[in-house]
Write a protein that binds this ligand. Structure first.
Ligand SMILES: Cc1cc2nc3c(=O)[nH]c(=O)nc-3n(C[C@H](O)[C@H](O)[C@H](O)COP(=O)(O)OP(=O)(O)OC[C@H]3O[C@@H](n4cnc5c(N)ncnc54)[C@H](O)[C@@H]3O)c2cc1C
Length: 511
């Protein structure tokens, strides 16, 4: 690596000399830290290190490298797979104390610690500057993993991906002489630094080094505040609609899902009132009493809520289904929190498995019938569903290699999910999910290949089954599904910036 710029986004010099706290087994906090969001996996290092700033990250990483320890980092702990704890690490840096949100140099842009959560960032951006980024719907997800994997959320059809607003990233890296340094890579950089920046716009966490801070500044056509980030709208139209299973049969279910896709096929361009409509449709297994739609639109653009209403009404057109609605017009932050996915209650302590797909076109009626049969078969689900998320709009204005997030022509992104609590049910649950997914994509080798109707998978919803030739029978390797043609540049970046493959997990970029 050459042309290195020294990192500059640490949270302040005052804490430089303060040694990061070390949490050892026996400490009550060790038990808590041993579990991330997905309790299927346990993380049991010799010690957790809690740095306070970038310099703490560098010193802890340096110590681990000097000791030849296995080391990994965690930000929000929402990885669906066991990438942080496996292979077993001697040291894990938990970055949750790097949760600052501060104006950038010259009040331009905003710099955000990798350990900040989506909820913390949403509140700070809005309360201090009236600004917003297209962050995800789960407030407890960490910026560390979210941004590196591209990141999307309810504002993405209007504003693109989170990583589309990234201007710089500060990363602790290790060179071939085992020397640890903090570098800043910017959107304007060429060459190796340019590669490092680009790799943080969709390459995924745990690959190149430890990102300590991200700086966001939006492309000119999206700016609206002093800090050059999109202005949050004054209000949102938000609606939750439930469709009781008692009102559904196979025909009406197929129609409902087909209309969801049809609307997205029809409204896939940006810059319209419809582009401000974003929906998440939870097609729950019928062990849950209903399907649930969460939908919002920007009330500054969709002033009377007619675009949102037309979308919701169109879903049940021609059927006898009557959805039960709640919601209304809410100020931005309140509406955003209304749309948030729960970070409490039954989801806490759950074991889970998930898969994903990008959809260029609608699922066929036959595929939707397959979904129906799996959602109505015998299955002891506590939370088992197919989640359809709106995509397209501003996301698709970018080219497929402009950022590392290559899928730029999809209309819907789906997440296939099951959660449970008893370890004895692991096989049963994972098997149900595999059967659902592989049956729906049976004609393309059990996976959503890069092809006419689908465009692979989302690296922030990773699934190690995609590496298994018994499960991915498509002939397209896992990296093609996640990264398409961008994989070669990611590999080159890996060879430059992590030549010793210090940062690795079960689906990391292969040098
Ligand atoms: C309930 C839930 C809701 C979600 N909602 C959304 C959503 O709305 N939109 C969306 O885009 N995604 C969503 N996701 C996916 C989420 O973006 C990814 O799981 C993301 O990787 C989580 O980041 P994290 O920092 O919380 O996770 P972690 O488990 O801390 O990290 C994930 C991976 O990134 C690595 N990593 C973490 N921090 C860093 C860092 N600072 N530098 C380098 N590598 C790092 C880890 O080692 C690990 O490999 C959701 C996930 C869950 C479980």
């Amino acid at each position: 690596m050459s042309g290195i710029a020294v990192g500059e986004y640490g949270s302040g010099l005052d804490a430089v000399s303060e040694k990061p706290e070390k949490i050892l087994p026996g400490d009550a906090r060790y038990g808590e830290l041993s579990h991330s969001d997905n309790h299927r996996f346990e993380v049991t290092p010799d010690a957790f290190i809690l740095p306070l700033n970038s310099y703490g990250v560098v010193s802890a990483l340096r110590e681990a490298i000097d000791d030849r320890s296995e080391v990994a980092c965690r930000s929000g702990g929402h990885c669906g797979q066991d990438f942080v704890g496996s292979p077993r690490r001697n040291t894990i840096l938990d970055l949750h104390r790097l949760n600052f949100v501060a104006a950038g140099a010259g009040n331009s842009g905003v710099r955000i610690g990798a350990g900040a959560t989506v909820g913390e960032v949403q509140k700070e951006l809005f309360r201090r500057w009236g600004a917003a980024l297209p962050l995800g719907a789960c407030s407890a997800v960490g910026m560390g993993g979210l941004v590196a994997g591209g990141g999307y959320g309810p504002l993405s059809r209007q504003l693109g991906l989170v990583a589309d607003h990234l201007n710089a990233v500060e990363v602790a890296v290790v060179d071939s002489s085992r020397h640890v340094q903090l570098v800043t890579a910017r959107a304007s950089d060429d060459g190796e630094l340019g590669d490092l920046f680009w790799a943080h716009t969709g390459g995924g966490g745990g690959n190149f080094g430890f990102a300590t801070a991200y700086e966001f500044r939006s492309p000119k056509h999206l700016t609206g505040t002093d800090i050059e980030l999109p202005r949050a709208c004054t209000a949102l139209n938000v609606q939750k609609v439930i469709y009781p299973w008692t009102m559904l049969n196979e025909d009406s279910f197929v129609s409902l899902v087909q209309q969801f896709f049809a609307w997205h096929e029809q409204h896939q361009v940006g810059g319209t009132p419809e582009a401000s409509v974003f929906a998440t449709f939870f097609l729950h297994h019928n062990s849950s009493p209903f399907l649930q739609l969460m939908v919002q639109s920007d009330a500054d653009i969709d002033v009377d809520g007619s675009a949102l209403a037309a979308f919701v009404d169109g879903l049940t057109a021609g059927t006898a289904i009557n959805g039960i609605s709640r919601g209304g017009r809410m100020t931005w932050l309140t509406g955003t929190r209304y749309m948030s996915q729960a970070d409490c209650g039954d989801v806490m302590g759950a074991r889970s498995a998930s898969k994903s797909a990008y959809h260029r076109k609608a699922l066929t009626d036959t595929q939707i019938s397959v979904v129906y049969r799996h959602l109505t078969n015998q299955h002891p689900g506590t939370a088992s569903y197919l989640m359809l998320n709106s995509y397209g709009g501003e996301i698709n204005r970018r080219g497929s290699s402009e950022t590392a997030s290559t899928q730029r022509d999809s209309i819907v992104k789906s997440s296939w999910f099951t959660a449970w609590s008893d370890p004895a049910d692991d096989y049963l649950q994972v098997d149900w999910l595999r059967d659902l997914y592989e049956s729906v994509f049976a004609s393309t080798g059990g996976v959503p290949i890069f092809g006419d109707t689908t465009a692979g998978c989302y690296i922030n919803y990773p699934d190690i089954d995609m590496r298994d030739p018994a499960r991915n029978r498509s002939g397209q390797p896992w990296h093609r599904l996640y990264y398409g043609e961008n994989y070669a540049r990611l590999q080159r970046t890996k060879r430059t910036w992590d030549p010793l493959n210090i940062f690795h997990h079960k689906m990391s970029i292969e040098p």
